[in-house]
Design a protein around this ligand. Structure first.
Ligand SMILES: Cc1cc2nc3c(=O)[nH]c(=O)nc-3n(C[C@H](O)[C@H](O)[C@H](O)COP(=O)(O)OP(=O)(O)OC[C@H]3O[C@@H](n4cnc5c(N)ncnc54)[C@H](O)[C@@H]3O)c2cc1C
Length: 381
């Protein structure tokens, strides 16, 4: 077992950390107000190799390990959870395209995503529900040369800002459930595609909304993977994003803890620094302990992926525990800052709002625990 970073890992993590602190962090609150993510910063992140850095050089990536990609995610998210989201979408979706798009389509879009010049979202959830995703209703009717999509996707991140979208739709019978679902790459300016945005409490510059499909024509070569096989093929990519989401949430918690130790060593009460009171330091010490354990879980999951080993169970653990833990740690850090922490002069209230979304997005804790239970029961039966 080796815990030290290689010199290459150290270099990219240091570069991402200083870029994030200097360029990304200052606009965190402003982007929350404007509700728009920064295309300029995204292009800079791309130029520096921080978006989907695990992709091969032929696609514009840096061919780093999945573990290293997770560390880049941490560096970006510590400064702005939402700009970390851009890297999350890049890594999740380029991986899917590289594996399941035609070579022409992959070559057309992946380099643009890695360069930060294109945002690719993923649309699975529908108004009728997200947890029971295999029950989706959006219809893809086979027509000459392709498919016509009709219906609605709901709760989609970047719905009104993405350039392209991976859309899951029903090509088979309803009773076939997961075995009747296909995935398509949809350009958002396609005729018959429109969007609407929700008023959310957090992740406001990413934004969430509905996508409406009114007989939108999608060429046959824009199907990803085999017809009716999207659940078993395309969705396996979510194991990667679950580990990245864990690190994304923990990075915000780690940054909040650093600021809280600093604050506790400066703020005074009862004639002493509040760091003298164990009632202040013990919750932070406990948070550091849980943070360390949760980060190691995420690192191990990415390491398993790097080795080509199964990691579905670990990925589901990363998706339910770290987002919950991250939220709880940030909450504790807000309290450590007293009345100031409750206000907007500090970033804790925004961090809480931002991180909370990922206790639901990409699957709730209950669904992750169902995956873990299914895997574990599969080992004993
Ligand atoms: C910030 C954010 C970003 C999102 N981004 C995207 C996106 O980009 N693309 C996308 O496709 N979707 C996205 N989603 C949607 C998200 O994936 C769904 O909200 C999620 O899967 C849950 O679906 P639901 O909200 O319909 O809840 P439901 O499925 O209606 O579930 C409601 C509640 O019941 C529980 N529940 C349901 N079934 C069971 C069960 N069998 N056992 C125990 N409990 C159960 C759930 O845990 C939940 O608490 C996003 C959501 C959020 C909040």
């Amino acid at each position: 077992m080796e815990f030290a970073l290689t010199s290459d890992q150290q270099a990219i993590v240091e570069a991402a950390t200083s870029f994030a602190a200097e360029k990304i962090a200052p606009g965190y609150a402003e982007r929350d107000k404007s509700g728009v993510f920064s295309k300029e910063l995204t292009a800079e992140m791309g130029a520096l190799g921080f978006i989907a850095p695990e992709q091969p050089e032929s696609y514009g990536g840096s061919e780093v390990s999945y573990l290293t990609s997770g560390m880049v995610m941490e560096a970006l998210s510590a400064a702005d959870f939402n700009m970390g989201y851009v890297q999350l979408l890049g890594s999740l979706n380029t991986q899917i395209l590289a594996r399941y798009a035609t070579p022409e389509l992959a070559q057309k879009w992946i380099p643009k995503i890695c360069a930060g010049k294109c945002i690719l979202g993923v649309a699975l959830t529908e108004p009728g529900g997200g947890s029971d995703a295999a029950n989706l209703q959006l219809r893809a009717e086979k027509v000459e040369g392709g498919y016509r999509l009709s219906g609605e996707k709901a709760s989609i991140s970047m719905a009104d800002q993405a350039d392209i979208m991976i859309v899951f739709a029903r090509t088979g019978e309803k009773h076939a459930r997961a075995k009747g679902v296909s995935a398509f790459l949809v350009e958002m300016n396609t005729e018959g595609v429109s969007t609407g945005r929700y008023e959310d409490m957090g992740q406001r510059c990413i934004g969430r909304g509905s996508i409406f499909f009114d007989q939108a024509f999608i060429p046959e070569d824009h199907r990803l993977g085999e017809e009716n096989r999207a659940f078993s093929q395309v969705m396996e990519g979510f194991d990667f994003s679950r580990a990245l989401i864990g690190l994304q949430c923990l990075a915000v918690a780690e940054q909040s803890l650093k600021e809280s130790w600093q604050y506790a060593s400066e703020r005074e009460a009862f004639g002493e620094k509040i760091a003298e009171f164990q009632g202040v330091t013990f919750p932070l010490a406990e948070a550091e302990t849980f943070l360390e354990a949760a980060k190691l879980l995420c690192y191990k999951t990415l390491w398993l992926k790097d080795q080509g080993l199964p990691h579905t169970t670990e990925a589901a653990m990363c998706k339910w525990w770290p987002p919950k833990l991250g939220f709880e740690i940030i909450h504790q850090c807000l309290l450590t800052h007293g009345h100031g922490g409750y206000g907007r002069d500090y970033p804790f209230e925004q961090r809480l709002r931002d991180v909370l979304g990922l206790q639901i997005g990409d699957g709730t804790a209950n669904i992750m625990k169902m995956i873990i239970a299914r895997q574990k029961l599969g080992e004993v039966t």
